[in-house]
Ligand binder design. Structure first.
Ligand SMILES: Cc1cc2nc3c(=O)[nH]c(=O)nc-3n(C[C@H](O)[C@H](O)[C@H](O)COP(=O)(O)OP(=O)(O)OC[C@H]3O[C@@H](n4cnc5c(N)ncnc54)[C@H](O)[C@@H]3O)c2cc1C
Length: 242
């Protein structure tokens, strides 16, 4: 029996290690395929954006740890799957499988908001390693010439925490450099209240976040949809421009 798992991050690795523990090695081969050879700890991307960590520092090679547990590892990009033939095609090889697990993570629908970027528009994002590195370079340049900032989440976003993380990290960095007066912040979120996070909030998170943003003189708009991002403005559904 050959189990192929696409994805070498939280989802894929949990499945691989759990199945390896449960299934005898002599009858069951497990192969993990991931496009990056390293496990990257995605929740640390805000630190990469702030320049306090590199991708290398928040990642490690997957091959050694997986092989030591009897799990094969292939660093390659899956280009297609043929469920009828039970085959997975990568850019270099074809794999036959008996069972297939697809754990390839999210795809940011950046095209949903014109200008969201970063690679096809002026906006910046920290949702993937490449985007976080792009945002780090933009942040470094911003510190040389600070101005008004808009931080926020696009309508429909399901992962809202990083926007708050970035807001607090950015404010702290500006305060250390005595630059807050040059970079007034506006926070825009589709959430009905701060800290909703798509799950209705928890505990006193709303009151906590409102107090913290007010303490930082950060203007915030809730239930607000960003509709367009240009080089020097952010537009919202009610026609406001920031
Ligand atoms: C900035 C940021 C901060 C976060 N902070 C937290 C937090 O504090 N707490 C928390 O619980 N969650 C947090 N999250 C969410 C968390 O990181 C994700 O839920 C988690 O990474 C999802 O894991 P995953 O395995 O499903 O997908 P991913 O981590 O996205 O991994 C996808 C895997 O699939 C591989 N892959 C994709 N396409 C292909 C292909 N075609 N061929 C081969 N391989 C492919 C990739 O190489 C990767 O190995 C954060 C997310 C971000 C962006």
């Amino acid at each position: 029996m050959h189990i192929v798992i696409i994805g070498g991050s939280f989802g894929g690795l949990n499945v691989a290690y759990d199945l390896r523990r449960l299934l005898p090695r002599k009858n069951h081969k497990i192969t993990v395929i991931a496009k990056e050879p390293r496990f990257i700890f995605i929740p640390s991307l805000p630190w990469v954006t702030m320049g306090s960590k590199t991708i290398d520092e928040i990642s490690f090679e997957l091959k050694g740890p997986l092989n030591s547990k009897g799990i094969d590892f292939v660093a390659s990009t899956v280009s297609s799957i043929d469920p009828g033939a039970s085959q997975v095609f990568t850019t270099t090889e074809t794999f036959d499988y008996d069972y297939l697990v697809v754990a390839t993570g999210h795809r940011s629908a950046n095209e949903a908001v014109p200008g969201l970027g970063p690679f096809d528009g002026p906006g910046h994002s920290l949702m993937s390693p490449a985007e976080a590195e792009e945002a780090r370079d933009a942040w470094t340049a911003f510190l040389e010439n600070p101005g008004p900032m808009v931080i926020g989440c696009a309508p429909g976003a399901s992962c809202l925490g990083p926007a708050y993380e970035f807001l607090f990290e950015a404010h702290h960095a500006l305060k250390q450099r005595k630059l807050c007066h040059k970079a007034p912040m506006t926070f825009i979120t589709p959430e009905p209240f701060l800290g909703h996070f798509g799950v209705g909030g928890f505990g006193a998170i709303r009151q906590f976040l409102e107090a913290e943003l007010e303490d930082r003189d950060t203007r915030y708009l809730t239930s607000t949809a960003i509709t367009k991002i240009t080089e020097d403005s952010v537009e919202t559904a009610d026609g406001s421009v920031f």
